[in-house]
Design a protein around this ligand. Structure first.
Ligand code: HPA
Ligand code: ZN
Length: 338
């Protein structure tokens, strides 16, 4: 039997990229309270512990309701900078060398916070984090799929002056009833402006949403995608076309996509030849950062160290890093092979 600390240590030393992380989902309850106090915002919770105790979700929507309420305390550039830097500090402690952060501008602009405020704060945090921790990064703008396509198009327009700082656009929020096809036009416009595209699909929604994301939105990665397993032809396509899935096991259990971690299909998908990456999604809400996801999943699914190295390799491969940076990290991972 492997000693728990050995595994944690091994995981920490794997250079890895985090490709599915909502920066607003890294907002810890302590920061919610600190920012609420700073801005004179009254919270409907008596304490940090009471807020944390409310993190009891039964599906995606029950989480999103509390997640959107949380972001209300983020008001100025410093708030976005502090949030980003706090995440990067945790990521660094988890062996993350590169991260591609999702952000949800519509959850801020709807409250009167300007797109520019959000961008300036995020970029300040990312710059400082790179200096302090050496973590490289990219930003992915996510459209909220429960809002209409016109709102997304308007957000795309607001993003254009910041184009050189945003590598891709994505799609998140309530999946069921909001298929990728709803955003085909917006994504076409985004691609026309040079953005790469990704989308959450097949978390709660059916495999057909994954197919739509590929065919209509021309995504280069699928976020979650675990329900692909219900469609063998789709799985074969994802493997053949090397479309990475950014899988988030602790999130999937917290949101009842799988009953328990031992039931998760990550190992099966990986061994079926799909490019699977492992990520934390909204770590402040789901009980763990990326290292916790690796360790808990390895234990629940009996993954070998070779499997864990493969997951780290996949994260580098599937990232939007330059080829020479990828080669550097892959070479380091080669040296860790057991
Ligand atoms: N799914 C959909 N939308 C989200 C998520 C997620 O896991 N996290 C934050 N927004
Ligand atoms: Zn997500």
């Amino acid at each position: 039997m492997e000693q728990p600390d050995d595994l944690t240590d091994f995981v920490r030393h794997l250079p890895k990229a985090e490709l599915h992380l909502h920066i607003e989902g890294s907002l810890e309850p302590e920061m919610v309270f600190a920012k609420a106090a700073k801005h004179g915002i009254r919270l409907p919770y008596a304490s940090v512990a009471a807020l944390r105790a409310a993190y009891n979700f039964h599906n995606l929507q029950s989480f999103l309701d509390i997640y959107y309420a949380g972001v209300d305390v983020l008001c100025d550039e410093d708030d976005f900078r502090d949030l980003t830097l706090a995440y990067l500090e945790r990521a660094h402690a988890n062996g993350v060398v590169h991260t591609e952060l999702f952000f949800d501008p519509q959850s801020h602009t709807a409250r009167g916070i300007s797109f520019d405020t959000v961008m300036k704060g995020l970029l300040a945090g990312l710059r400082e984090g790179e200096q302090k921790f050496g973590i490289t990064s990219q930003l992915i703008l996510c459209f909220l799929r429960h809002l209409d396509a016109a709102d997304a198009m308007h957000t795309l327009q607001a993003a254009l002056p910041w184009k050189q700082h945003i590598i891709a656009v994505g799609l998140d929020s309530s999946e069921a009833g909001h298929p990728p096809s709803k955003f085909a036009e917006v994504f076409a416009a985004a691609r026309g402006e040079g953005f790469l595209t990704v989308a959450h699909a097949g978390e709660e929604g059916p495999p057909a949403y994954i197919v739509e994301a590929l065919d209509l939105l021309k995504v280069v990665r699928i976020d979650h995608g675990v329900r692909a397993e219900e469609d063998p032809a789709l799985c074969a396509r994802l493997a053949r076309e090397r479309i990475p899935l950014t899988v988030c096991p602790l999130s999937n259990v917290k949101l009842a996509v799988f009953k328990q971690l031992a039931d998760h299909n990550l190992g099966r998908l990986m061994h079926a030849g799909l490019c699977i990456t492992l990520n934390s999604d909204d770590p402040a809400y789901f009980g763990g950062y990326i290292g916790d996801n690796y360790v808990a999943t390895a234990r629940a699914l009996n993954l070998s160290r070779t499997d864990l190295i493969q997951l780290a390799r996949n994260s580098i491969d599937a990232s939007f890093m330059a080829e020479n940076a990828k080669a550097k990290w892959l070479q380091q991972l080669d040296g860790m092979a057991t």
